[in-house]
Design a protein. Structure first.
Ligand code: FCB
Length: 506
C-alpha cells in the first residue's frame, strides 16, 4: 500500500494556500448540501429504476428506521446528563435556523414507549438509534452515569420485547462539551477517551445489544464542525479539520478494538455518508476529478479502517499537519463486520481551474469541485431525488471491497407536508422516494450485493441540525408544540412493505 508522502516544500505551499483562502468554500459538503449546487448536471442522464415491478427482499431483511440522540431525545440537562457540543452550539445565538434547539426536540427521553408503539405499528424489526455520550459519561471521562445508562437499558429491553433489533450508534455528533474544552477531536487524547466510553457502553448494554456502529458520518462532523463551522463545535480551521480527521480515524480503530475486547461476538460497523460521484463531462480531467471526489466523499474514513491507509485523494498527504505519527496507520485499522451506508443523492464532480485552486485552500489540497445533480426532482431541502445513486454506490462498494456485508443505515427525504383538515398526512412524494430507492436497492441485491437492511431516515420529524425544525424527514409527523405523533401515509406504506418483505409497484 502506498502512503502518500508529504514533502516539506509541498507542506509549506499548502499552508500558503490556506492563508490565501478568503472564504471557505463547501468542498466537502458539495456532497451534503445541494443548496450549494450550481453546475448543471451532465448531459445524457443515466436511466433511472422505474419501480414498475415487484421487488422482494431476502429473508430476515432488517426493516428499520434511524434516529439520533440529539435530534429526538430532548431532556438536555436531565438525570445528570452533561452538556454536549450541540447543546452549547444550539444555545449560541444565530447558529440554528429560527433559534431552534434540541432542548426538548421530540421528547423521546420521556416518550420512547410511544416511539416503540409506532415501530410496532409499522411492523419494523430494526431500530437504529444513538447513545448520547454525555448522558453516559457527563464530562467525557470517568464512571458511568447510572440514570443515563438506565434510560438506554430500558429502551433496549423494550425493543427486544417488541422483537426489534437494536442497532446502536455510539457517536452521532454530540461530544461532551468538557472534551471540546480540552481540545476536542483535533486533540489526540480524545481517541483514548472515546475508547473508554465505548468500553463502558459495551459493558452496560452489550449483553443485549449485538450490533453496533462506531460513528455516524465521520466526514460530516469533521468537515462541517471543524472546517465550515456550520455544525458544532463551529470551528473554521483547515488545520483543525486535518487533525480531527486523523484523530477520528484513530478513534475508529480504538473504538473497534475496545468493543471487540469487551464483547468479542458483537458485530461492528460505521455509518458512512456516501454519494456516487459522476464526472460532469467525459473529459479526462473531470473523470480524474470524479475519482478524487469518490475518495474524499466515500472512502476518507473507510480506507484507514479497512486498509490502514488514506486514499490517494489529496494532491499530497499533509502528514505533519495531520499529526500522523509512525505506526498510526496500523492503529486506524478496524476490520468492520459491515459497512453502513447513509445515502441521499449523487454528486457531480468537475475539475477545478487554476484560479479556483489558488483562491481556495481545500481545492488546492483536494482539486475537485462537487455539486448536486440537477435532473431529478428536488426535495424540500433541495436535494435531488436520484434512486440510481443508491444502486451505483452499493455496487461500487461491493466491487471495491470484495462484497462486504452492507446495511443502508439512512436514506430519506425532507417534505414538509402536514396534516390536512381530517388530520391525515398525505406525503405521497415520500412514498415515491422510498419505493424508488428500495427498487434500486433490490436491483443491487439481484446483481450480487450483500445488503442486510434498510433504515429509513427517520422514524420521526426531528431537529435537523443547523436547519432546526424546518425540515421534516419523518415517517411520523411530530407537532413540535404538543409533541404529539401522527403516522404519515408513508409510515403506513412502509409498514406494509416491512410486513410483506417486498415493495409493490405504485
Ligand atoms: C444525515 C445525518 C442525520 C440526518 C440526515 C438528514 O447526514 O446523519 O442525522 O440529519 O442527514
Amino acid at each position: 500500500m502506498i502512503e502518500l508522502r508529504l514533502t516539506r516544500r509541498k507542506f509549506v505551499q499548502s499552508i500558503l494556500g490556506a492563508g490565501a483562502a478568503a472564504g471557505l468554500p463547501a468542498v466537502f459538503s458539495g456532497c451534503s448540501g445541494s443548496s450549494k449546487a450550481s453546475t448543471a448536471a451532465r448531459a445524457g442522464a443515466a436511466p433511472q429504476f422505474g419501480a414498475s415491478s415487484e421487488a422482494a427482499f431476502p429473508k430476515g431483511f432488517f426493516w428499520g428506521t434511524a434516529t439520533a440522540a440529539y435530534q429526538i431525545e430532548g431532556a438536555w440537562n436531565e438525570d445528570g446528563k452533561g452538556e454536549s457540543i450541540w447543546d452549547r452550539f444550539a444555545h449560541t445565538p444565530s447558529k440554528i435556523k429560527n433559534g431552534d434547539t434540541g432542548d426538548v426536540a421530540c421528547d423521546s427521553y420521556h416518550r420512547w414507549r410511544e416511539d416503540i408503539a409506532l415501530m410496532r405499528a409499522m411492523n419494523l424489526n430494526g431500530y437504529r438509534f444513538s447513545l448520547a455520550w454525555p448522558r453516559i459519561q457527563p464530562a467525557g471521562s470517568g464512571a458511568a452515569n447510572a440514570k443515563g445508562v438506565d434510560y438506554y437499558s430500558r429502551l433496549v429491553d423494550a425493543l427486544l420485547e417488541a422483537r426489534i433489533r437494536p442497532l446502536v450508534t455510539l457517536y452521532h455528533w454530540d461530544l461532551p462539551q468538557a472534551l471540546e474544552d480540552a481540545g476536542g477531536w483535533p486533540n489526540r487524547d480524545t481517541a483514548a477517551r472515546f475508547a473508554d466510553y465505548v468500553q463502558l457502553a459495551a459493558q452496560a448494554l452489550g449483553d443485549r445489544v449485538s450490533d453496533w456502529m462506531i460513528f455516524n458520518e465521520p466526514d460530516a462532523f469533521v468537515d462541517l464542525g471543524h472546517l465550515e463551522g456550520t455544525h458544532a463545535p463551529g470551528r473554521k480551521s483547515l488545520l483543525d479539520f486535518l487533525r480531527a480527521t486523523h484523530v477520528v480515524n484513530l478513534a475508529q480503530g480504538a473504538g473497534f478494538r475496545a468493543l471487540k475486547a469487551a464483547r468479542p461476538r458483537s458485530r461492528v460497523g460505521t455509518a458512512f455518508s456516501m454519494s456516487p460521484c459522476e464526472p460532469a463531462s467525459d473529459s479526462e480531467d473531470d473523470k480524474l476529478a470524479a475519482e478524487r471526489a469518490h475518495a474524499i466523499t466515500n472512502t476518507w474514513f473507510l480506507e484507514p479502517a479497512l486498509r490502514g491507509r488514506y486514499p490517494d485523494a489529496l494532491a499530497f498527504l499533509p502528514e505533519t499537519a495531520m499529526r500522523i505519527e509512525s505506526g498510526d496507520m496500523e492503529k486506524t485499522r478496524a476490520p468492520l463486520d459491515f459497512i453502513g451506508i447513509n445515502l441521499y443523492y449523487r454528486t457531480i464532480a468537475s475539475a477545478t481551474g487554476t484560479m479556483e485552486r489558488f483562491s481556495h485552500a481545500q481545492e488546492w489540497l483536494f482539486p475537485v469541485k462537487m455539486d448536486g445533480g440537477q435532473q431529478g426532482p428536488k426535495t424540500d431541502f433541495g436535494w435531488e431525488v436520484w434512486p440510481k445513486a443508491l444502486y451505483d454506490m452499493v455496487m461500487r462498494i461491493t466491487r471495491d471491497y470484495n462484497r462486504p456485508v452492507i446495511e443502508i443505515t439512512e436514506s430519506g427525504c425532507s417534505y414538509n407536508d402536514g396534516p390536512d383538515a381530517s388530520g391525515v398526512i398525505r406525503d405521497s412524494r415520500r412514498i415515491a422516494y422510498h419505493r424508488e430507492y428500495l427498487s434500486a436497492l433490490s436491483r443491487s441485491i439481484a446483481d450480487g450485493a450483500d445488503v442486510r437492511g434498510y433504515h429509513a431516515w427517520s422514524l420521526l420529524d426531528n431537529f435537523e441540525w443547523a436547519e432546526g425544525f424546518s425540515q421534516r424527514f419523518g415517517l411520523t409527523y411530530v407537532d413540535f408544540k404538543t409533541r404529539q405523533r401522527i403516522l404519515k401515509d408513508s409510515g403506513r406504506w412502509y409498514g406494509k412493505v416491512a410486513a410483506e418483505n417486498r415493495v409493490r409497484p405504485a
